[in-house]
Design a protein around this ligand. Structure first.
Ligand SMILES: Nc1ncnc2c1ncn2[C@@H]1O[C@H](COP(=O)(O)OP(=O)(O)O)[C@@H](O)[C@H]1O
Ligand SMILES: [Mg+2]
Length: 255
């Protein structure tokens, strides 16, 4: 479990996170939603330890990050997997090379051990014949699968995904969401995903935090989000015509 307690983050005069608290449970897909610019990426980078917070604490299964030594922080970061927005694969490396990269960085495994492990995770994300291909030779959906394979290759306790299905068609996006959800349950990972995609909210939003102007405006589950009267949330949720209709149906059913 990750517990976030009153975190603040500013860049110069820009106060981006203004005291956000929440907790994220193990084995669950936790979603951070909000308009673009609301602070989602900054929030996830704080969780990753890439940004230090100005105030407040983040604890990982009881360990408060800012109270750990440098070595302990490094060990903890190795328990985190990350899927960056746009996949962020190394163009000059094959699929297999990309997936093996963290093992080469952080372990002393032999090449064949690394290949075996890469095989396992590539199989898990349903990529079987792409090992020797380069990122430019595979589809966007396949690139996401590679990014997910790379994120789980070290067997992380924590998985962070920044807009994992941006740029994908809706059908592929749902496949990727479901894959992250399955992996989260299967390996009992504490997963936090940034998204502004309502499909993701519907499919895998076990816990949802709505950020607005650096504050937590609302939190709840995908079952609750359609029932809330919070105007900022409903504006966000029903920004599409489809969801306006879903809401109308819900209200009619309730009455
Ligand atoms: N490294 C940075 N330096 C200065 N400002 C930043 C930095 N990163 C993000 N910001 C600012 O923080 C705000 C939130 O950005 P971000 O977290 O990327 O939003 P989101 O991911 O929700 O679209 C924006 O106003 C952005 O300009
Ligand atoms: Mg972002």
């Amino acid at each position: 479990m990750i517990e976030v307690n009153n975190i603040h983050k500013s860049f110069g005069d820009t106060h981006v996170l203004k005291g956000v608290s929440s907790h994220f449970e193990k084995g669950k897909t936790n979603l951070i939603i909000g308009q673009s610019g609301s602070g989602k990426t900054v929030f996830i980078k704080c969780l990753l330890g890439l940004f230090s917070t100005d105030e407040g604490t983040i604890s990982y299964d009881g360990k408060i990050y800012s109270e750990l030594t440098g070595d302990e922080q490094r060990d903890l970061r190795q328990e985190m997997g990350m899927v960056f927005q746009g996949s962020a694969l190394f163009d000059s490396m094959t699929v297999e090379g990309n997936v093996m990269f963290p093992l080469g960085m952080f372990t002393k495994q032999s090449k064949s051990e690394m290949q075996d492990r890469a095989n396992i995770v590539l199989k898990r994300v349903n990529l079987i014949d792409a090992h020797k291909k380069f990122p430019s030779e595979i589809s966007g959906g396949m690139q996401k699968r590679v990014a997910i394979a790379r994120a789980i290759v070290m067997n992380p306790k924590y998985l962070f995904c920044d807009e994992p299905n941006s740029g994908l068609d809706p059908k592929t996006a749902i496949l990727i969401d479901n894959l992250i959800h399955e992996i989260t349950q299967e390996y009992d990972i504490t997963t936090v995903i940034n998204t502004h995609d309502m499909n993701s909210v519907m499919e895998i939003g076990e816990k949802i935090i709505f950020l607005k102007n650096g504050l937590k405006e609302w939190e709840g589950s995908n079952k609750e989000i359609f029932k809330t009267d919070n105007e900022a949330v409903t504006d966000f949720v029903y920004s599409s015509e489809l969801f306006k209709k879903v809401r109308q149906m819900y209200i009619e059913e309730r009455n």
